[in-house]
Design a protein around this ligand. Structure first.
Ligand code: ADP
Ligand code: MG
Length: 409
């Protein structure tokens, strides 16, 4: 692909109108870009700050054409956007992120296989696919024969074998469509095996493949957001230490409380992936850190990431500005951490108590709200970045001045 310089004054099209698009647009507008978003909801987070909004389903080809005709460059803000639509947009417009990275990160099997082929550290895994046909050796002296098998029985057998070869505990995940822990089953014993194997015949999972991987006994969950520009420059942001509650990111602590050497290693892994995958834009890599220094790659997201929101108040360049710089072929910004920081997500249930406390909150509490209308339990409504002299101080502020957050998880 030939890369273009996209200069301020140009229009950036965003597929998806959530908070990530909104924060991209806020950063890009500060640099003089215009934005058009495509999202089915009329008053979505991004449309509130974009110059123009196409209200239609992500799958609508006509809408996609409209987006292409209005934009000089197109980006996406979530990875469950139809890869075919993006592929089509690549023909109509300029999509420097491309559709391939999207396809890879939409499918855990593909993602794992690629990481494996790069020789990068991942949890040992087995693939449980739904292929209804199998090559069987009908006669050792003659040929293999294609026979129909019961895919469910076959999948159960693969899972059973994985338990033997990998050993429990394991975690089984749908290859596609999972997020925030949805489509996952932990297998610690025989009963869990039965629960997990029943999933194969449930209509909800018809046509879905699975992956089963070794459960990693990690000390910390960490992530790195890395950017690569179309000219090939790469910059990794500092490592975030992430805490999840109910499988939703609750908190990111930066700098991560792991040795400096491990932080460097995590950033090297992230940069290596960005380079090998020819990424353009930002890519987030979730990893597990073990006490003995081992790092495993968990999963990739081809976009700005919740665990990179701390960069908005704590880094010289935010992940959103960096993404815009990367896709527009501008020099990447410096990723230096200017202050220790703890990011905490504000969910639906937090909004009212947060508003009540806001006028009295200490000045170290920076906040970002996404303009979402419906207050729904566990829905991401905004986040705070608590900047302090060290992360312990930031954590103390959260514990003492914002105790309601933990109490309402
Ligand atoms: P999602 O798309 O839902 O974020 P993940 O693969 O990141 O899916 O899994 C969600 C969470 O489950 C992770 O953040 C981690 O806490 C836990 N998890 C996932 N895979 C493993 C594993 N192999 N070992 C230990 N914990 C895991
Ligand atoms: Mg994850």
């Amino acid at each position: 692909m030939s890369y273009r310089n996209i200069l301020p004054g140009s229009t950036i099209g965003i597929l998806g109108g959530g908070q990530l698009g909104r924060m991209m647009a806020l950063a890009g507008k500060a640099m003089g870009y215009r934005f058009v978003t495509l999202d089915p909801s009329e008053n979505c987070s991004c449309s509130q700050v974009a110059d123009d909004h196409i209200i239609t389903e992500y799958k609508d080809a006509k809408g996609a054409n409209q987006l292409a005709s209005k934009s000089q460059v197109i980006t996406y803000e979530f990875e469950n956007v139809d890869a075919e639509i993006v592929e089509n947009l690549e023909k109509l417009s300029y999509v420097p992120q491309g559709s391939l990275l999207l396809k890879i990160t939409q499918n855990r099997i593909m993602e794992k296989r690629i990481m494996q082929s790069f020789g990068l550290p991942i949890a040992p895994f087995e693939i449980i696919n739904r292929d209804p046909f199998e090559m069987v050796n009908v006669d050792p002296t003659s040929h293999m024969k294609l026979v129909a098998t019961s895919s469910v029985t076959r999948m159960e057998a693969i899972l059973m074998k994985a338990i033997d070869t990998l050993g429990m505990p394991l975690i089984m995940k749908t290859a596609t469509g999972g997020y925030d822990g949805k489509g996952q089953w932990i297998i610690r014993n025989e009963r869990d095996y039965f629960t997990a194997s029943q999933v194969f015949s449930q209509p909800e999972y018809a046509n879905i493949d699975f992956i089963v991987e070794k459960f990693i006994d990690f000390e910390r969950e960490i992530s790195v957001v890395v950017a690569r520009s179309s000219r090939g420059d790469i910059e990794a942001f500092p490592v975030a230490e992430n805490k999840h509650v109910n499988n939703i990111l609750h908190m990111s602590i930066v700098p991560a409380r792991i040795p400096t050497s491990a932080q460097e290693k995590a950033k090297e892994i992230a940069s290596d992936i960005a380079e090998q995958l020819d990424v353009v834009g930002v890519l987030a890599i979730e990893m597990f850190y073990q006490a003995d220094g081992n790092i495993y790659i968990n999963e990739l997201a081809p976009r700005p990431h919740n665990s990179g929101h701390y960069t908005m108040d704590a880094c010289e360049t935010s992940q959103f500005e960096q993404h815009i710089r990367a896709i527009c072929n501008l020099p990447l910004g410096n990723t230096t951490l200017l202050t220790p920081v703890v990011m905490v997500n504000l969910l639906g249930q937090h909004i009212q108590p947060f508003m009540e406390l806001l006028p009295e909150l200490p000045k170290q509490v920076k906040f970002h709200l996404y303009g979402k209308q419906g207050i729904v339990h566990n829905r991401k409504m905004g986040h705070i970045n608590v900047v302090a002299e060290d992360v312990e101080q930031a954590l103390t502020i959260i514990k003492t001045k914002l105790a309601f957050i933990e109490n309402l998880l």
